[in-house]
Ligand binder design. Structure first.
Ligand SMILES: Cc1ncc(COP(=O)(O)O)c(C=O)c1O
Length: 480
């Protein structure tokens, strides 16, 4: 309900109804009352402002005539227009031309649609790369924050590499992943996505070539393209990036970096086995090609622990490593890390300082508490158990309804199944059809622009009931 904490001045020269018009226009122009905002009833306004109802009616009629508000059956009076040209006497700047000339690339339309519909609670999100809300540890995080009472010691900016106690906690945690990294070689970032951004801006030359798996999460972003870099996709098989193609591409195209997601790859779910990891490392060592290893899903094995990260095999400082709490604990904390040679970490820390002066102090505190002791490991056990049930349920639903129309591999961890349709088709049309049935899909072309035969399914987000229902409906759509 709108607050009417204002009163017209009955002694002013300006008539009261004009003061009311001015007041409502200011609320609309400032954006406090956006389009579709419902105004209070005429009686409520008259009472709040101490005026006759007829005065309110006169003011509202004027605003209606100007096209700023309208009566809607069943909703009363609502704001219908906030166009500056209606409100302002001087012509506004041409903001659209600013919007069109901004240098940063826009998201692909389908990604903009996905971002928009993800906040619609009536949608079943069948491809979302996020844990279901009931898997996020709300009560435990509340307990952690409560336990800080009387212990809160820092609320200022952190040092460039991030709050030292958190870097120490991350260093201890990384040891459990086979990675020896001193706090000085760790940079705390606001999520792994920021790691990619800092690396693209901080240590790579404009126009560089970036080798990566094709398909890849990275194709869904413009972090590297925003700096005019070229993404050079390398084919995958069911063990990840193909080593012979990697060796060939590096020689042919003189790339600056290999970006890879060896564990529970986004979007294919592929887990690179240990011998493939060693092969990839050997090629990169021979070619002196740095690796950026994205390990945000590495902890989410479902049947047995996966092989150690590439970083754990790294003897020569070849690998920059990024991880995050987003896929396991909370994407909203916005806490991740980069591990690498100290000069690189210092450079990236400097770029981060210029970007945002560091990650949130409260998030860093909470993350440090989570990572100390075995609290995080206990939480991971619960997440793995639940994801495993969801994966099993999804795979059996697929066997029931998708045989003959699609193929898939049962993933051994992470969130995703890369569903391959038997027949290529317009995936945008399928996306829109599913949307009209309340199902939000992640089509394959988001991760490889040339794709017309895949979609990324995620068993991590939707409820088990919704997963089954949406998969059934999707199979019906595909069979039509
Ligand atoms: C492979 C991969 N890397 C990085 C990210 C970004 O994670 P964060 O929330 O930590 O920025 C995602 C999120 O979808 C991802 O799938």
């Amino acid at each position: 309900m709108l607050k009417l904490d204002w009163k017209p001045d009955k002694h002013a020269d300006l008539p009261v109804y004009l003061q009311i018009i001015q007041y409502i226009k200011e609320k609309i122009a400032s954006g406090e009352w956006p389009v579709h905002t419902r105004l209070p009833t005429q009686r409520a306004m008259a009472e709040a402002w101490g005026v006759n109802r007829s005065t309110v009616v006169t003011a509202l009629d004027e605003l209606k005539a100007e096209g700023l508000i309208e009566s809607v059956v069943g909703s009363g009076t609502v704001v219908s227009n906030n166009t500056w040209s209606v409100l302002a006497s001087a012509a506004p700047p041409d903001w659209m031309s600013y919007v069109q000339t901004g240098d940063h690339p826009s998201n692909m339309q389908t990604i903009q649609d996905i971002n928009k519909y993800e906040s619609d609670p009536s949608m079943i999100r069948l491809g979302t790369g996020e844990l279901s809300p009931d898997l996020l540890p709300l009560r435990e995080t509340e307990e952690i924050l409560g336990s800080l009472r009387g212990r809160l010691t820092h609320l200022g900016y952190s040092e460039p590499k991030g709050w030292l106690p958190l870097r120490k906690a991350v260093s201890g945690y990384l040891r459990t992943r086979g990675i020896e990294a001193s706090p000085a070689s760790i940079l705390i970032v606001s999520g792994a996505l920021q790691a990619l951004q800092l690396i693209s801006q901080g240590i790579l030359r404009q126009g560089s070539g970036i080798l990566l798996e094709r398909p890849s999460y990275l194709y869904s972003l413009s972090v590297f393209q925003a700096s005019r870099m070229r993404l050079l996709g390398i084919p995958m098989d069911d063990e990840g990036i193909r080593p012979e193609s990697l060796a060939r591409q590096k020689q042919l195209r003189d790339a600056a970096l290999l970006y890879t997601i060896p564990s529970f790859h986004n979007p294919t779910g592929t887990l690179m086995p240990e011998d493939r990891r060693r092969q990839v490392m050997a090629i990169c060592e021979r070619e002196r090609l740095p690796i950026l290893e994205d390990d945000v899903y590495g902890e989410l094995w479902l049947d047995e622990p996966g092989p150690l990260p590439l970083k754990a095999l790294d003897q020569n400082g070849l690998v920059l490593y990024t991880g995050s709490l987003s896929k396991t604990l909370s994407p909203g904390l916005r806490i991740g890390w980069i591990v690498g040679p100290e000069p690189v970490i210092e450079r990236l820390a400097d770029v981060k300082m210029q970007t945002d002066y560091g990650a949130s102090a409260l998030s860093q505190l909470a993350a440090a508490e989570w990572l100390r002791g075995n609290r995080y490991e206990q939480h991971l056990k619960r997440v793995r158990a639940s994801l495993k049930e969801r994966r099993n349920l999804t795979c059996s639903a697929l066997s029931r309804w998708f045989s003959g129309i699609a193929e898939w591999q049962e993933p051994r961890g992470g969130f995703y199944i890369w569903l391959r349709l038997e027949q290529a088709r317009s995936m945008r049309t399928l996306f829109l059809r599913a949307l009209s049935e309340g199902i939000l899909l992640n089509p394959g072309y988001v991760y490889d622009q040339t794709d017309s035969q895949h979609m990324r399914l995620s068993y991590a987000y939707a409820s088990e009931e919704d997963l089954e229902h949406a998969l059934y409906r999707l199979s019906q759509l595909l069979r039509k």
